[in-house]
Design a protein around this ligand. Structure first.
Ligand code: IFM
Length: 500
Protein backbone atom coordinates (compact mmCIF):
# COMPACT_ATOMS: atom_id res chain seq x y z
CA UNK A 1 0.00 0.00 0.00
CA UNK A 2 2.88 2.38 0.77
CA UNK A 3 6.36 2.38 -0.72
CA UNK A 4 9.12 0.40 0.94
CA UNK A 5 10.91 2.51 3.48
CA UNK A 6 7.83 4.70 3.92
CA UNK A 7 8.44 6.95 6.92
CA UNK A 8 5.86 6.28 9.63
CA UNK A 9 6.11 8.89 12.31
CA UNK A 10 4.46 11.15 14.81
CA UNK A 11 5.27 14.68 15.80
CA UNK A 12 5.32 17.29 18.53
CA UNK A 13 6.80 20.71 19.15
CA UNK A 14 9.00 22.05 21.90
CA UNK A 15 6.70 24.56 23.60
CA UNK A 16 3.75 22.20 23.41
CA UNK A 17 5.35 19.34 25.33
CA UNK A 18 8.67 20.19 26.95
CA UNK A 19 7.69 22.30 29.95
CA UNK A 20 10.78 23.08 32.07
CA UNK A 21 10.32 26.69 31.08
CA UNK A 22 12.97 28.06 33.41
CA UNK A 23 15.18 25.00 33.75
CA UNK A 24 18.85 24.95 32.73
CA UNK A 25 19.01 28.53 31.54
CA UNK A 26 16.02 28.65 29.19
CA UNK A 27 14.55 32.14 28.91
CA UNK A 28 11.12 33.31 27.76
CA UNK A 29 9.72 32.73 24.34
CA UNK A 30 6.92 34.87 22.97
CA UNK A 31 4.55 32.11 24.09
CA UNK A 32 5.67 32.32 27.74
CA UNK A 33 4.97 36.03 27.55
CA UNK A 34 1.57 35.59 25.93
CA UNK A 35 0.52 32.96 28.46
CA UNK A 36 0.95 35.54 31.21
CA UNK A 37 -1.45 37.90 29.51
CA UNK A 38 -4.92 37.76 31.03
CA UNK A 39 -7.53 36.24 28.77
CA UNK A 40 -5.08 35.14 26.08
CA UNK A 41 -5.21 31.40 26.73
CA UNK A 42 -8.06 29.10 27.66
CA UNK A 43 -8.25 28.81 31.46
CA UNK A 44 -5.07 30.88 31.78
CA UNK A 45 -3.08 27.71 31.09
CA UNK A 46 0.58 27.84 30.11
CA UNK A 47 3.29 25.65 28.64
CA UNK A 48 5.47 26.09 31.73
CA UNK A 49 5.10 22.41 32.67
CA UNK A 50 3.15 20.95 29.74
CA UNK A 51 4.03 17.22 29.46
CA UNK A 52 7.31 17.74 31.30
CA UNK A 53 8.91 15.99 28.35
CA UNK A 54 12.19 17.78 29.09
CA UNK A 55 12.54 15.62 32.20
CA UNK A 56 10.64 12.56 30.97
CA UNK A 57 11.96 12.18 27.46
CA UNK A 58 13.39 8.73 28.13
CA UNK A 59 10.00 7.39 29.14
CA UNK A 60 8.43 9.11 26.13
CA UNK A 61 10.93 7.66 23.69
CA UNK A 62 10.26 4.27 25.28
CA UNK A 63 6.57 4.68 24.39
CA UNK A 64 7.44 5.73 20.85
CA UNK A 65 9.50 2.57 20.56
CA UNK A 66 6.59 0.48 21.79
CA UNK A 67 4.40 2.00 19.09
CA UNK A 68 7.15 1.16 16.62
CA UNK A 69 7.63 4.68 15.24
CA UNK A 70 10.19 4.82 12.48
CA UNK A 71 10.56 8.56 12.89
CA UNK A 72 9.79 11.27 15.39
CA UNK A 73 9.35 14.89 14.41
CA UNK A 74 10.43 17.27 17.16
CA UNK A 75 11.22 20.93 17.24
CA UNK A 76 14.08 22.71 18.95
CA UNK A 77 13.34 25.47 21.42
CA UNK A 78 15.39 28.44 20.27
CA UNK A 79 15.16 30.10 23.74
CA UNK A 80 16.67 26.97 25.26
CA UNK A 81 19.59 26.84 22.87
CA UNK A 82 20.20 30.59 22.65
CA UNK A 83 18.18 32.10 25.47
CA UNK A 84 18.54 35.70 24.32
CA UNK A 85 18.05 34.73 20.69
CA UNK A 86 21.61 35.41 19.64
CA UNK A 87 24.79 33.76 20.91
CA UNK A 88 26.28 32.44 23.06
CA UNK A 89 24.93 28.90 22.99
CA UNK A 90 23.46 27.58 26.23
CA UNK A 91 25.29 24.29 26.56
CA UNK A 92 22.72 22.73 28.86
CA UNK A 93 19.88 23.57 26.51
CA UNK A 94 21.56 22.17 23.43
CA UNK A 95 22.73 19.20 25.49
CA UNK A 96 19.10 18.19 25.99
CA UNK A 97 18.62 17.71 22.24
CA UNK A 98 21.91 15.86 22.05
CA UNK A 99 20.63 13.32 24.56
CA UNK A 100 17.19 13.17 22.97
CA UNK A 101 18.68 12.46 19.54
CA UNK A 102 20.93 9.76 20.97
CA UNK A 103 18.03 8.15 22.81
CA UNK A 104 15.89 8.16 19.68
CA UNK A 105 18.62 6.69 17.52
CA UNK A 106 19.38 4.02 20.10
CA UNK A 107 15.69 3.09 19.90
CA UNK A 108 15.75 2.85 16.12
CA UNK A 109 13.76 6.08 15.65
CA UNK A 110 14.94 8.66 13.14
CA UNK A 111 14.77 12.24 14.46
CA UNK A 112 13.22 14.79 12.08
CA UNK A 113 14.11 18.19 13.42
CA UNK A 114 12.08 21.35 12.95
CA UNK A 115 14.07 24.48 13.64
CA UNK A 116 11.16 26.84 14.19
CA UNK A 117 7.81 25.84 15.60
CA UNK A 118 6.69 29.25 16.87
CA UNK A 119 8.68 29.72 20.10
CA UNK A 120 10.65 32.82 19.19
CA UNK A 121 12.90 34.14 21.97
CA UNK A 122 11.06 37.01 23.63
CA UNK A 123 14.21 39.14 23.55
CA UNK A 124 14.26 38.99 19.77
CA UNK A 125 10.63 40.00 19.64
CA UNK A 126 11.62 43.02 21.71
CA UNK A 127 14.15 43.84 19.00
CA UNK A 128 11.43 43.86 16.35
CA UNK A 129 11.07 40.13 15.76
CA UNK A 130 9.91 39.29 12.28
CA UNK A 131 9.59 42.95 11.39
CA UNK A 132 13.34 43.32 11.75
CA UNK A 133 15.23 42.40 8.63
CA UNK A 134 18.01 40.98 10.77
CA UNK A 135 15.68 38.26 11.96
CA UNK A 136 16.67 35.88 9.16
CA UNK A 137 20.33 36.27 10.12
CA UNK A 138 19.60 35.65 13.80
CA UNK A 139 17.74 32.53 12.76
CA UNK A 140 20.63 31.46 10.55
CA UNK A 141 23.08 31.81 13.46
CA UNK A 142 20.87 29.75 15.75
CA UNK A 143 20.36 27.17 12.99
CA UNK A 144 24.11 26.94 12.51
CA UNK A 145 24.60 26.16 16.21
CA UNK A 146 22.03 23.37 16.03
CA UNK A 147 23.32 21.94 12.77
CA UNK A 148 26.94 22.03 13.95
CA UNK A 149 25.99 20.09 17.02
CA UNK A 150 23.50 17.53 15.72
CA UNK A 151 24.16 16.95 12.03
CA UNK A 152 26.69 14.19 12.66
CA UNK A 153 23.61 12.13 13.59
CA UNK A 154 20.57 14.01 12.28
CA UNK A 155 19.91 14.05 8.55
CA UNK A 156 16.23 15.08 8.32
CA UNK A 157 15.57 18.79 8.69
CA UNK A 158 12.49 21.01 8.53
CA UNK A 159 13.08 24.76 8.52
CA UNK A 160 9.79 26.27 9.70
CA UNK A 161 6.29 25.15 10.65
CA UNK A 162 3.10 26.65 9.23
CA UNK A 163 4.01 30.21 8.25
CA UNK A 164 0.36 30.79 7.31
CA UNK A 165 -0.69 30.20 10.90
CA UNK A 166 1.94 32.10 12.79
CA UNK A 167 1.70 35.11 10.50
CA UNK A 168 -2.11 35.26 10.44
CA UNK A 169 -2.83 34.45 14.06
CA UNK A 170 0.28 36.05 15.51
CA UNK A 171 0.62 39.25 13.46
CA UNK A 172 -2.91 39.82 12.16
CA UNK A 173 -5.55 38.38 14.46
CA UNK A 174 -3.68 38.62 17.79
CA UNK A 175 -4.77 35.13 18.82
CA UNK A 176 -1.33 33.56 18.91
CA UNK A 177 1.97 34.97 20.10
CA UNK A 178 3.12 37.66 19.78
CA UNK A 179 -0.56 38.65 19.57
CA UNK A 180 -0.21 41.68 17.33
CA UNK A 181 -2.76 43.33 15.09
CA UNK A 182 -0.55 44.72 12.41
CA UNK A 183 -1.56 46.51 9.24
CA UNK A 184 -1.60 44.32 6.17
CA UNK A 185 1.62 45.86 4.74
CA UNK A 186 3.35 45.06 8.03
CA UNK A 187 2.03 41.51 7.92
CA UNK A 188 3.39 41.20 4.39
CA UNK A 189 6.76 42.34 5.67
CA UNK A 190 6.68 39.76 8.47
CA UNK A 191 5.73 37.09 5.92
CA UNK A 192 8.59 38.13 3.64
CA UNK A 193 11.08 37.96 6.49
CA UNK A 194 9.70 34.57 7.40
CA UNK A 195 10.44 33.35 3.87
CA UNK A 196 13.95 34.75 4.24
CA UNK A 197 14.39 32.87 7.49
CA UNK A 198 13.36 29.66 5.75
CA UNK A 199 15.84 30.29 2.93
CA UNK A 200 18.73 31.17 5.21
CA UNK A 201 18.16 28.09 7.36
CA UNK A 202 18.03 25.84 4.30
CA UNK A 203 21.34 27.33 3.11
CA UNK A 204 22.92 26.79 6.49
CA UNK A 205 21.81 23.19 6.70
CA UNK A 206 22.90 22.43 3.15
CA UNK A 207 26.35 23.92 3.55
CA UNK A 208 27.23 22.96 7.12
CA UNK A 209 25.65 19.57 7.75
CA UNK A 210 28.16 16.84 8.48
CA UNK A 211 25.94 14.16 6.98
CA UNK A 212 24.09 14.67 3.70
CA UNK A 213 20.91 16.44 4.73
CA UNK A 214 17.35 15.88 3.55
CA UNK A 215 15.64 19.26 3.84
CA UNK A 216 12.02 20.32 3.68
CA UNK A 217 9.55 22.64 5.31
CA UNK A 218 6.11 22.23 6.82
CA UNK A 219 3.57 24.76 5.59
CA UNK A 220 -0.15 24.30 6.08
CA UNK A 221 -1.62 22.42 3.16
CA UNK A 222 -4.87 24.34 2.72
CA UNK A 223 -6.82 21.88 0.64
CA UNK A 224 -9.60 22.68 -1.80
CA UNK A 225 -10.81 19.41 -3.21
CA UNK A 226 -13.36 18.63 -5.91
CA UNK A 227 -16.86 17.70 -4.87
CA UNK A 228 -16.66 14.89 -7.39
CA UNK A 229 -14.05 13.68 -9.82
CA UNK A 230 -15.32 15.30 -12.99
CA UNK A 231 -12.60 17.16 -14.91
CA UNK A 232 -14.29 20.56 -14.50
CA UNK A 233 -14.58 20.22 -10.73
CA UNK A 234 -11.03 18.92 -10.41
CA UNK A 235 -9.86 21.95 -12.38
CA UNK A 236 -11.92 24.27 -10.22
CA UNK A 237 -10.41 22.78 -7.04
CA UNK A 238 -6.89 23.05 -8.44
CA UNK A 239 -7.48 26.69 -9.32
CA UNK A 240 -8.94 27.40 -5.89
CA UNK A 241 -5.94 25.75 -4.22
CA UNK A 242 -3.55 28.28 -5.69
CA UNK A 243 -5.57 31.45 -5.89
CA UNK A 244 -6.41 34.47 -3.75
CA UNK A 245 -9.75 35.57 -2.43
CA UNK A 246 -8.89 38.33 -0.02
CA UNK A 247 -6.19 40.03 1.98
CA UNK A 248 -5.06 37.16 4.11
CA UNK A 249 -2.37 34.51 4.29
CA UNK A 250 -4.47 31.35 4.08
CA UNK A 251 -2.77 30.61 0.84
CA UNK A 252 -0.64 27.76 -0.37
CA UNK A 253 1.27 29.62 -3.04
CA UNK A 254 1.95 32.94 -1.36
CA UNK A 255 4.58 30.96 0.55
CA UNK A 256 5.09 27.99 -1.77
CA UNK A 257 5.82 29.87 -4.99
CA UNK A 258 8.66 32.01 -3.63
CA UNK A 259 10.22 29.09 -1.76
CA UNK A 260 10.07 26.66 -4.66
CA UNK A 261 9.63 28.71 -7.84
CA UNK A 262 11.54 31.82 -6.76
CA UNK A 263 8.82 34.45 -7.21
CA UNK A 264 5.62 35.65 -5.61
CA UNK A 265 2.49 34.58 -7.49
CA UNK A 266 1.26 37.20 -9.99
CA UNK A 267 -2.32 36.96 -8.82
CA UNK A 268 -1.30 37.55 -5.21
CA UNK A 269 0.81 40.53 -6.18
CA UNK A 270 -2.17 42.01 -8.02
CA UNK A 271 -4.38 41.36 -5.02
CA UNK A 272 -1.96 42.85 -2.51
CA UNK A 273 -0.89 45.74 -4.79
CA UNK A 274 -0.03 48.85 -2.86
CA UNK A 275 0.56 46.87 0.33
CA UNK A 276 3.71 45.04 -0.73
CA UNK A 277 6.88 46.07 1.04
CA UNK A 278 9.79 47.02 -1.16
CA UNK A 279 12.35 44.28 -1.12
CA UNK A 280 15.60 43.57 -2.84
CA UNK A 281 14.92 41.24 -5.83
CA UNK A 282 18.03 39.32 -4.73
CA UNK A 283 16.02 38.16 -1.70
CA UNK A 284 14.44 35.59 -3.99
CA UNK A 285 17.84 33.92 -4.42
CA UNK A 286 17.88 33.39 -0.67
CA UNK A 287 14.25 32.33 -0.40
CA UNK A 288 14.34 29.82 -3.23
CA UNK A 289 16.47 26.93 -2.02
CA UNK A 290 16.55 23.40 -3.33
CA UNK A 291 14.38 21.23 -1.12
CA UNK A 292 14.25 17.46 -0.93
CA UNK A 293 10.61 17.22 0.05
CA UNK A 294 7.53 19.34 0.43
CA UNK A 295 5.98 18.89 3.85
CA UNK A 296 2.26 19.38 4.25
CA UNK A 297 0.27 19.80 7.45
CA UNK A 298 -3.23 18.73 6.47
CA UNK A 299 -6.22 18.41 8.78
CA UNK A 300 -9.23 19.52 6.80
CA UNK A 301 -10.45 20.67 3.43
CA UNK A 302 -13.03 22.63 1.50
CA UNK A 303 -15.30 21.12 -1.14
CA UNK A 304 -15.22 22.89 -4.47
CA UNK A 305 -17.17 22.78 -7.71
CA UNK A 306 -17.07 24.86 -10.85
CA UNK A 307 -19.67 27.58 -10.35
CA UNK A 308 -22.10 28.91 -12.92
CA UNK A 309 -19.66 31.70 -13.81
CA UNK A 310 -16.93 29.15 -14.46
CA UNK A 311 -15.09 30.12 -11.27
CA UNK A 312 -14.45 27.78 -8.30
CA UNK A 313 -17.30 27.76 -5.85
CA UNK A 314 -17.34 26.46 -2.29
CA UNK A 315 -19.86 23.66 -1.64
CA UNK A 316 -20.77 23.77 2.06
CA UNK A 317 -20.74 20.53 4.00
CA UNK A 318 -24.22 19.20 4.71
CA UNK A 319 -25.83 19.92 8.08
CA UNK A 320 -24.44 17.69 10.77
CA UNK A 321 -21.23 16.93 8.92
CA UNK A 322 -18.65 15.36 11.23
CA UNK A 323 -16.47 17.84 13.11
CA UNK A 324 -13.57 17.29 15.44
CA UNK A 325 -13.58 19.07 18.79
CA UNK A 326 -11.60 21.88 17.13
CA UNK A 327 -14.76 22.20 14.98
CA UNK A 328 -12.72 21.25 11.91
CA UNK A 329 -14.67 19.23 9.33
CA UNK A 330 -13.58 15.66 8.80
CA UNK A 331 -12.42 15.59 5.18
CA UNK A 332 -10.35 12.51 4.31
CA UNK A 333 -10.12 13.44 0.64
CA UNK A 334 -7.87 16.33 1.61
CA UNK A 335 -5.13 13.72 2.01
CA UNK A 336 -5.55 12.73 -1.61
CA UNK A 337 -5.93 16.10 -3.31
CA UNK A 338 -3.58 18.14 -1.13
CA UNK A 339 -0.54 15.98 -1.92
CA UNK A 340 -1.59 15.61 -5.54
CA UNK A 341 -2.06 19.32 -6.27
CA UNK A 342 1.11 20.28 -4.42
CA UNK A 343 3.16 17.66 -6.20
CA UNK A 344 1.81 18.75 -9.57
CA UNK A 345 2.80 22.34 -8.88
CA UNK A 346 6.10 21.95 -7.07
CA UNK A 347 7.33 18.57 -8.37
CA UNK A 348 8.75 17.50 -5.03
CA UNK A 349 8.24 14.33 -3.03
CA UNK A 350 5.55 14.86 -0.43
CA UNK A 351 5.74 14.17 3.29
CA UNK A 352 2.65 14.63 5.44
CA UNK A 353 4.31 16.45 8.29
CA UNK A 354 1.10 16.69 10.36
CA UNK A 355 -2.33 15.08 10.29
CA UNK A 356 -4.62 14.08 13.12
CA UNK A 357 -7.56 15.21 15.17
CA UNK A 358 -8.59 16.51 18.56
CA UNK A 359 -11.27 14.48 20.31
CA UNK A 360 -12.98 13.87 23.59
CA UNK A 361 -10.47 11.41 25.01
CA UNK A 362 -10.33 10.36 28.62
CA UNK A 363 -9.09 7.38 30.57
CA UNK A 364 -12.18 5.25 30.89
CA UNK A 365 -13.17 3.06 33.80
CA UNK A 366 -11.25 0.11 32.39
CA UNK A 367 -8.09 2.20 32.42
CA UNK A 368 -7.90 2.59 28.65
CA UNK A 369 -8.59 5.40 26.23
CA UNK A 370 -11.04 4.17 23.59
CA UNK A 371 -10.57 6.72 20.85
CA UNK A 372 -12.28 4.90 18.03
CA UNK A 373 -12.99 8.24 16.38
CA UNK A 374 -9.24 8.83 15.96
CA UNK A 375 -8.70 5.37 14.51
CA UNK A 376 -11.49 5.83 12.01
CA UNK A 377 -10.35 9.36 11.15
CA UNK A 378 -6.77 8.32 10.58
CA UNK A 379 -7.73 5.22 8.67
CA UNK A 380 -9.95 7.14 6.28
CA UNK A 381 -7.28 9.78 5.70
CA UNK A 382 -4.53 7.20 5.23
CA UNK A 383 -6.60 5.27 2.71
CA UNK A 384 -6.83 8.46 0.67
CA UNK A 385 -3.09 8.98 1.02
CA UNK A 386 -2.59 5.44 -0.28
CA UNK A 387 -4.78 6.31 -3.23
CA UNK A 388 -2.62 9.36 -3.98
CA UNK A 389 0.42 7.12 -3.86
CA UNK A 390 -1.26 4.64 -6.24
CA UNK A 391 -2.01 7.46 -8.63
CA UNK A 392 1.67 8.32 -8.84
CA UNK A 393 2.13 11.00 -6.20
CA UNK A 394 5.48 10.29 -4.52
CA UNK A 395 4.35 10.26 -0.91
CA UNK A 396 7.35 9.43 1.27
CA UNK A 397 6.12 9.77 4.80
CA UNK A 398 3.34 10.46 7.26
CA UNK A 399 3.63 12.04 10.71
CA UNK A 400 0.63 11.73 12.95
CA UNK A 401 -0.10 14.81 15.02
CA UNK A 402 0.59 14.35 17.79
CA UNK A 403 2.61 11.77 19.62
CA UNK A 404 0.99 12.85 22.89
CA UNK A 405 -1.65 15.25 24.16
CA UNK A 406 -0.16 18.66 24.64
CA UNK A 407 -0.55 22.41 25.01
CA UNK A 408 -2.74 23.40 22.09
CA UNK A 409 -1.71 27.06 22.01
CA UNK A 410 -4.61 29.46 22.71
CA UNK A 411 -6.82 26.44 23.46
CA UNK A 412 -4.62 25.41 26.36
CA UNK A 413 -4.98 21.76 27.35
CA UNK A 414 -8.61 21.31 26.40
CA UNK A 415 -7.89 19.89 22.95
CA UNK A 416 -6.33 16.43 22.91
CA UNK A 417 -4.57 15.44 19.70
CA UNK A 418 -2.30 12.69 21.02
CA UNK A 419 -1.81 9.02 20.37
CA UNK A 420 -0.77 8.99 24.01
CA UNK A 421 -3.04 10.40 26.69
CA UNK A 422 -1.36 12.65 29.24
CA UNK A 423 -2.79 13.26 32.68
CA UNK A 424 -1.47 16.74 33.34
CA UNK A 425 -1.84 16.40 37.10
CA UNK A 426 0.14 13.20 37.54
CA UNK A 427 2.00 13.21 34.19
CA UNK A 428 0.88 9.63 33.71
CA UNK A 429 0.99 8.51 30.10
CA UNK A 430 -1.59 6.06 28.70
CA UNK A 431 -1.40 4.69 25.19
CA UNK A 432 -4.74 5.32 23.51
CA UNK A 433 -6.37 2.62 21.41
CA UNK A 434 -5.25 4.60 18.36
CA UNK A 435 -1.63 4.08 19.42
CA UNK A 436 -2.08 0.31 19.42
CA UNK A 437 -3.84 0.50 16.09
CA UNK A 438 -1.18 2.78 14.59
CA UNK A 439 1.47 0.33 15.79
CA UNK A 440 -0.14 -2.29 13.58
CA UNK A 441 -0.36 0.09 10.64
CA UNK A 442 3.35 0.78 10.99
CA UNK A 443 4.29 -2.86 11.48
CA UNK A 444 2.47 -3.86 8.30
CA UNK A 445 3.57 -0.78 6.32
CA UNK A 446 -0.06 0.20 5.92
CA UNK A 447 -1.50 -3.18 5.02
CA UNK A 448 -3.38 -3.17 8.31
CA UNK A 449 -5.59 -0.43 6.88
CA UNK A 450 -7.27 -3.15 4.82
CA UNK A 451 -7.67 -5.56 7.70
CA UNK A 452 -10.85 -6.18 9.56
CA UNK A 453 -9.06 -8.00 12.35
CA UNK A 454 -9.10 -6.58 15.86
CA UNK A 455 -6.69 -3.69 15.90
CA UNK A 456 -5.38 -4.02 19.40
CA UNK A 457 -2.27 -6.12 19.52
CA UNK A 458 0.81 -5.24 21.54
CA UNK A 459 -0.16 -5.85 25.13
CA UNK A 460 -3.67 -4.44 25.11
CA UNK A 461 -6.25 -6.57 26.88
CA UNK A 462 -8.25 -8.74 24.50
CA UNK A 463 -11.61 -7.52 25.73
CA UNK A 464 -10.69 -4.03 24.56
CA UNK A 465 -10.39 -5.18 20.96
CA UNK A 466 -12.72 -3.62 18.47
CA UNK A 467 -13.56 -4.84 14.99
CA UNK A 468 -13.41 -2.13 12.39
CA UNK A 469 -15.27 -2.06 9.07
CA UNK A 470 -13.72 -3.31 5.87
CA UNK A 471 -11.65 -1.07 3.68
CA UNK A 472 -14.29 -1.36 0.97
CA UNK A 473 -17.01 -0.24 3.38
CA UNK A 474 -14.99 2.80 4.38
CA UNK A 475 -14.29 3.73 0.82
CA UNK A 476 -17.84 3.16 -0.29
CA UNK A 477 -19.03 5.40 2.50
CA UNK A 478 -16.52 8.12 1.75
CA UNK A 479 -16.50 8.26 -1.99
CA UNK A 480 -17.72 5.20 -3.70
CA UNK A 481 -16.09 3.60 -6.59
CA UNK A 482 -12.65 3.27 -7.88
CA UNK A 483 -10.69 3.45 -4.67
CA UNK A 484 -10.32 -0.22 -3.94
CA UNK A 485 -8.74 -0.68 -7.32
CA UNK A 486 -6.28 2.09 -6.55
CA UNK A 487 -5.38 0.44 -3.29
CA UNK A 488 -4.50 -2.79 -4.96
CA UNK A 489 -2.43 -0.90 -7.52
CA UNK A 490 -0.80 1.01 -4.70
CA UNK A 491 0.41 -2.20 -3.16
CA UNK A 492 2.31 -2.95 -6.32
CA UNK A 493 3.43 0.59 -7.09
CA UNK A 494 4.57 1.30 -3.59
CA UNK A 495 7.11 -1.48 -3.58
CA UNK A 496 9.09 0.48 -6.12
CA UNK A 497 10.68 3.88 -6.07
CA UNK A 498 13.02 5.88 -3.94
CA UNK A 499 12.57 6.82 -0.32
CA UNK A 500 13.57 9.79 1.72
O1 IFM B 1 -0.93 21.75 17.55
C1 IFM B 1 -0.86 22.34 16.30
C2 IFM B 1 0.57 22.39 15.81
O2 IFM B 1 1.39 23.07 16.69
C3 IFM B 1 0.63 23.09 14.47
N1 IFM B 1 -0.27 22.50 13.55
C4 IFM B 1 -1.64 22.29 13.95
C5 IFM B 1 -1.67 21.57 15.29
C6 IFM B 1 -3.13 21.40 15.74
O3 IFM B 1 -3.75 22.62 15.84
Amino acid sequence: MFREGFVWGAGSSSYQIEGAATQDGRLDSIWDALCRRQGAIHNAETGAVACDHYNRYREDVGLMKRIGLKAYRLSIAWPRVMPTGVGPVNEKGLGFYDRLVDTLLASGIEPWITLYHWDMPQMLFERGGLLNRDFAQWFADYSAAVVDRLSDRVTRWITINEPQVFITLGYGDAKHAPALRLSFPEQLLAAHNCLLMHGRAAQIIRTRAKKKPIIGWAPVGRVDYPIDETPENIDAARTASFSFNGKHFWSNNWFGDPAILGHYPEEGLRHFAGDMPKFDPKDMDIIKQPLDFYGLNIYQGTQIKRGANGQPENVPFPPGHALTTMRWPVAPKSLYWGPRFHHERYKLPIVITENGMAGTDWVQSDGRVHDGHRIDFTRQYLLELARASADGVPVHGYFHWSIMDNFEWAEGYKERFGLIHVDYVTQKRTLKDSAYWYAEVIRTNGDHLSDTAPYLTLDAPKEAAVVIPTREAVLAASNGNGHAKHLVEAKVASRKGTTL
